[in-house]
Design a binder for this molecule. Structure first.
Ligand SMILES: C[S@@+](CC[C@H](N)C(=O)[O-])C[C@H]1O[C@@H](n2cnc3c(N)ncnc32)[C@H](O)[C@@H]1O
Length: 227
């Protein structure tokens, strides 16, 4: 067995134990410094498009913020940004980044959205969620969207365009998702099979106000049907 397999197995067991003890965590081998340096920066263009959709001086919740790349990118334009994520290592890295670039506008928490709803009773102008919903377990996607609709009027989701293009870039998307891990890939496959964001928005009773399709990704602005 390689050192990497030993290390990976050790972390998985440790995270399982944390979950059993009610500690918030979600394990990915690439979380933390690796995600911050090699993965998040590739989302720059999508983030720039989302930033243009958001009004100045807004209060924003970044659900599944990772290491905070989007939150930092919108900090200047926003009033406040709360980034939440289930991955301890990503939130630790986001807070390290915050210590290096301090601003009162940003805060990061390792928490479930339902904890934020029950503790803070806060309402946001926008909830943003980028590259998260495809990795959420199939049965948890609609409940998560319902929770998001409780905390914000406008919901902006950026994620893979489904169906993936049949060309080289589509194959890259699938390869990246495969490398991300077994559970991650299984969730990506069900997201793909169900028809992506469009299907989820319909099921969650959210209407699509804007729909921006890029080559491999899609941004939708959603609002509650009764708003
Ligand atoms: C692929 S990363 C995307 C990070 C960041 N939004 C970006 O675009 O770079 C997905 C993140 O969502 C987090 N996540 C997954 N399900 C979540 C949930 N229900 N609530 C909060 N975070 C979640 C994961 O821990 C992971 O850090």
């Amino acid at each position: 067995m390689t050192d990497w397999m030993n290390w990976n197995g050790k972390w998985k067991r440790r995270y399982k134990l944390m979950q059993e003890n009610g500690i918030v965590n979600k394990y990915h081998w690439y979380d933390g410094g690796f995600y911050d340096r090699f993965i998040a920066p590739n989302q720059r263009e999508l983030f720039a498009q989302i930033i243009k959709l958001i009004e100045r001086e807004s209060n924003i919740i970044d659900v599944g913020c990772g290491t905070g790349f989007f939150s930092f990118s919108i900090a200047d334009k926003s009033k406040t940004v709360l980034g939440i994520d289930l991955s301890k290592r990503n939130i630790t890295k986001a807070n390290q980044n915050l210590r290096k670039q301090p601003t009162d506008k940003l805060s990061f928490r390792n928490a479930y959205l339902h904890d934020i709803i029950s503790e803070d009773k806060k309402y946001f102008d926008y909830a943003v969620m980028t590259y998260v919903i495809h990795e959420v377990n199939e049965e948890d996607r609609i409940p998560l969207l319902n929770e998001i609709a409780q905390v914000a009027d406008k919901i902006i989701i950026g994620d893979y365009l489904i169906p993936c293009p049949g060309d080289f870039s589509g194959r890259i998307v699938k390869t990246v998702e495969f490398i991300a891990g077994r559970e991650h890939y299984r969730n990506f496959r069900t997201y793909e099979a169900n028809g992506g964001i469009q299907y989820l928005a319909d099921k969650a009773g959210l209407s699509i106000q804007r729909d921006i399709k890029n080559h491999t990704n899609q941004i939708v602005v959603l609002s509650k049907n009764n708003v």
